[in-house]
Design a protein around this ligand. Structure first.
Ligand SMILES: Nc1nc2c(ncn2[C@@H]2O[C@H](COP(=O)(O)OP(=O)(O)OP(=O)(O)O)[C@@H](O)[C@H]2O)c(=O)[nH]1
Length: 917
């Protein structure tokens, strides 16, 4: 049934809603509001009540036939250039009131184009483009066309609209409106605008099947829109695309652009189709309306009451939206750049989401992460895509790697360099003596003055060729360097005393050199000694895979005497030979790279480092990064104590000009980019500080013992803050009394009053315990203590302070070990097993025997062996323990001489925690 809403009818009757509602009440039609729908018979009652008769169409009878002129205007308005002419014409003020227009535009609501404010932002219009409702006017024209195109549908339409009287009535209303509101004529001239329902209900006029009518989806309604435009005339500012295609079939008398041909009158529309009953609701009214209702000047074209409609339409649309699947959020599709790792917080910021949203999404993916937790790139990418973002891996420029990257040297620029030799060997086998002997016998007269200079490495010359010796004997330095990734040694000289042979440290040295893949030359020292036995040494070396040449191997062994300085030349020759074989080369024509051999803080000169230049040439004035230290080479001193301006490959030099003392094994790099060097050094410094901070966790009473064990601390610094001086004195006395020879209590600071930030900082710096007696830390101190990981110990009873400290200090004392006898086992029988050895069958006479216990074999009251159990069995099963009264089988580690009648004493040792007295 055709319905009308109260407000529509009120408008139609040109009365207030309120008045109509009142009237409806009077005539017995109950309505709730101006939005209530009225049935046809109620409408008729209203007409009657307002003296309109039940057939108000009669009032506009003369407006129904469409004049030729009006049709032309109509057509022209919507179509092409000819239309434009007409359109312009229509816009002329003198046309606004033209009777023809009035006649032709029966169904248009008041014009709102000149209202000041648009009710809806114009941008929305595009989203809703095309939901069919264009000009409501050309009803007359479209109907026949539709009829021609789709007769069955038209017929159906006609059938549906079996209420001509009402249609006529509407026409009357429209006419009235137009007369009352001249600006409405503007609408006619181009803007489709009327009430959504009217338009929406009219597909059959233009198209027969306006998608806009049936399908609320924007796409389809777009078609409906187009169709209607095409069919009903192009709006003056209309979207051309909208008018294409569908308009054409709707009108038989149109040209191929959809324009109505001039001069061909449109077939008049049957009266029953002129005005469709106007449903109160346009189901397909969408944003397309709004777009059309909004002209170029951003004025709403609609009548005032239309605003209500838009509101309701929006509501309808929202309702529809709810039912529709939510479209993916429109997001900025610019790829988000993410590094290898990113914290949840950072990711949320990049995605313009809250951290909670990201965490939630992560949880949905099965990843539990906190806001500050780092997630990897893959996870971050997944999350980003969930939020509709694309991600790109941002490869962080590792400045350090950039700096450390070793440039490739042009082979042509590579020149032979002196070998770098490290002397290794067992203690007292003569390493230092040999180094000294070589140095002293190989300095030229001119250099003699500088001989006393000790910089950790030196160069000697032999047959015009240089050899660099690293003067840090022992493998400790060698391994320390290697541990830091520095390999400075080309050749290892293994010193073995001919009278002593291969010893444990000799073996260690061999292993280190092998691990570093450094060729070994054996110097068999102390050959001057009568008991020297080089052959024995060579023989022993073979046990460690070092087969000397004499024995058919490839290891060079040189007999020397550091004391008598014999064989040294031969040794140097061999070093040069090995160096030659290994083709040691470097490029002196580039920025230097080297390794720190030694470094110290010199009182007068500041930080000093002995550096072995390994490649390139280091020059005074060069900007350098040495580990975490940045600097500029202010001066260089060579191993003879001479100032030098440059140092080439394999040259050891002392350098001045560093900002701090580097560590042995640090890599030196000379750089051009000072900024980069500074940046990298600062970053390294920061990292070092962080590591140090991590390493030095502050002591607390709870883990005092652990700290002491790790750090070998034998002193306990304490800070005491108390309420009154008397308390401090009492505490100080009591605490100091706790000092023993092994642990000394050191009260580094005492004071009256609350524990403050300064106290905490002092405790942090000196790794002290903070004791508060009847005082509390202030808020700041608490914060700092938390940050600095300083433990606060707050008490109200002096005795408790003493007791706690005493207990904590107990951990400082070396634990005593005591033997605990677990039991005794009598050996009653012994068995020999070829693979196992002697098995004792015993009886636990006392206590118990456990698998991990220590045992003592006692025979006739004499301890003949002490060791560990190897196995413990009950019958054939391995057991953990056998208790008194049971028999067992046992074997003892590396001891087979068990005899019947032996007593096995089972014992264990345990540490006893000592307490201070
Ligand atoms: N007879 C003799 N004694 C030597 C010879 N070389 C070194 N010594 C003696 O051996 C002892 C140890 O010599 P160092 O040079 O100190 O031996 P080292 O290997 O450097 O010892 P550490 O530095 O303690 O590892 C010294 O008393 C030297 O005098 C040698 O060729 N002949």
């Amino acid at each position: 049934m055709v319905k009308k809403r109260v407000h529509e009818l009120a408008k139609e009757l040109n009365i207030e809603n309120k008045e109509l509602i009142q009237k409806l009440g009077e005539i017995g039609v109950a309505v709730k509001s101006h939005m209530s729908a009225l049935e046809d018979n109620d409408i008729q009652k209203v007409y009657k009540a307002y003296g309109k008769s039940t057939n108000p169409a009669g009032e506009i009878k003369d407006s129904v036939p469409v004049t030729k002129q009006s049709k032309q205007n109509e057509r022209g308005r919507g179509q092409g250039m000819e239309g434009k002419k007409d359109r312009d014409h229509l816009f002329r003020p003198d046309n606004l009131k033209g009777p023809g227009l009035v006649d032709r535009v029966p169904n248009r609501p008041p014009d709102r184009r000149y209202e000041d404010k648009p009710k809806t932002p114009p941008r929305q219009a595009q989203n809703v483009r095309g939901v069919g409702q264009p000009a409501g006017r050309p009803v007359q024209e479209t109907a026949p066309a539709a009829k021609n195109e789709k007769p069955e549908q038209t017929a159906k339409s006609v059938k549906q609209q079996d209420r001509p009287a009402q249609n006529n009535d509407q026409v009357v209303r429209q006419e009235k409106t137009v007369v009352a509101e001249p600006q409405q004529e503007l609408n006619r001239s181009g803007k489709s605008q009327p009430t959504g329902k009217t338009q929406g209900d009219r597909p059959q006029q233009g198209q027969g099947r306006s998608a806009g009518q049936r399908q609320p989806g924007p796409g389809k309604s777009g078609q409906g829109d187009r169709g209607q435009h095409g069919g009903q005339g192009k709006p003056p500012y209309g979207d051309r695309g909208n008018q294409r295609g569908q308009g054409k079939p709707a009108y038989g008398n149109r040209d191929n652009k959809g324009n109505t041909r001039a001069g061909i009158p449109a077939i008049p529309k049957p009266p029953e189709q002129i005005a469709q009953p106007k449903p109160t609701k346009a189901p397909d009214k969408t944003k397309g309306d709004r777009r059309k209702n909004y002209d170029k000047d951003k004025h709403w074209v609609d009548g005032f009451n239309e605003s209500n409609k838009f509101f309701h339409q929006r509501q309808n649309k929202n309702k529809k939206k709810k039912n529709q699947p939510t479209p993916p959020p429109i997001v900025d599709k610019r790829p988000v750049q993410i590094g290898e790792n990113i914290t949840v917080q950072e990711l949320a910021e990049k995605l313009k989401k809250t951290a909670a949203e990201v965490i939630k999404k992560l949880m949905s993916l099965g990843v539990l992460a906190t806001i500050n937790q780092e997630i990897d790139f893959d996870t971050a990418a997944l999350i980003a895509s969930e939020f509709g973002y694309e991600v790109e891996l941002k490869v962080a420029v590792d400045k350090e790697a950039l700096l450390m990257a070793e440039p490739e040297d042009d082979p042509e620029k590579m020149k032979p360099r002196p070998p770098v030799v490290t002397i290794m060997g067992h203690v007292d086998h003569g390493k230092t003596s040999l180094l000294d002997a070589i140095r002293e016998t190989n300095v030229t007269a001119g250099e003699a003055g500088g001989i006393t200079q000790h910089i950790g490495a030196y160069q000697v010359e032999h047959n015009g060729k240089k050899i660099t010796f690293v003067d840090t004997p022992g493998h400790a330095a060698f391994t320390a360097m290697r541990a830091r990734g520095a390999q400075i040694t080309d050749i290892a000289v293994l010193v073995v005393a001919a009278d002593d042979g291969v010893m444990p440290q000799t073996v260690e040295a061999i292993n280190h050199a092998k691990a570093a893949q450094v060729p070994i030359i054996v110097a068999i020292n102390k050959m001057d000694k009568p008991e020297a036995s080089p052959e024995k040494v060579k023989q022993e070396l073979t046990q460690h895979d070092l087969v000397v040449e004499d024995w058919g191997g490839d290891v060079i062994a040189v007999p020397v005497s550091a004391k008598q300085r014999t064989g040294l030349e031969n040794l140097l020759e061999m070093i040069l030979l090995v160096a030659e074989i290994n083709e040691l080369k470097a490029n002196p024509d580039r920025l230097a790279r080297g390794t720190v051999i030694e470094a110290e803080l010199d009182k007068g000169r500041g930080p000093v480092a002995t550096v072995l230049v390994q490649n390139g040439t280091l020059r005074v004035g060069d900007t350098i990064v040495v580990g975490h230290v940045f600097g500029r080479v202010r001066a260089m001193i060579d191993d003879k104590g001479r100032r030098v301006k440059k140092a080439g490959p394999s040259t050891p030099v002392e350098i001045l000009g560093l900002s701090d003392v580097p560590e042995a094994g640090d890599i030196l790099i000379a750089v051009e980019d000072e900024k980069l060097a500074r940046e990298v050094a600062e970053k390294r410094q920061q990292r070092k500080r962080e590591e140090e901070l991590k390493a030095t966790s502050k002591i607390s009473l709870d883990d005092l013992f652990k700290h002491i064990q790790e750090g070998q601390i034998k002193e306990l610094p304490i800070i005491v803050k108390a309420d009154v001086q008397g308390s401090i004195e009492a505490l100080a006395q009591a605490l100091e009394k706790l000092s023993t020879d092994e642990v000394k209590v050191n009260l580094i600071h005492t004071g009256v009053g609350a524990i403050n930030e300064t106290d905490i900082m002092l405790a942090s710096a000196s790794n002290a315990l903070v004791i508060g007696f009847n005082v509390r830390p202030d808020a700041n101190a608490r914060k700092v203590a938390e940050a600095e990981k300083v433990s606060l110990n707050l008490y109200r009873v002096i005795y408790e302070v003493i007791d706690d400290v005493k207990k904590a200090m107990s951990g400082l004392l070396e634990p005593e070990f005591r033997e605990v006898i677990l039991g005794h086992v009598e050996v009653r029988k012994t068995f020999k097993a070829s693979k196992i050895g002697t098995i004792a069958g015993g009886y636990v006479a006392e206590g118990k025997i456990t698998r991990d216990s220590q045992v003592r074999v006692i025979r006739d009251g004499i301890v003949i062996h002490e060791g560990k159990l190897d196995s413990l069995k009950r019958f054939k099963d391995d057991v953990k323990e056998v208790t008194q009264g049971y028999e067992c089988g046992l074997t003892i580690e590396r001891f087979n001489d068990i005899q019947e009648g032996d007593i096995i004493e089972v014992f264990t040792t345990e540490a006893i925690k000592r307490e201070l007295e």
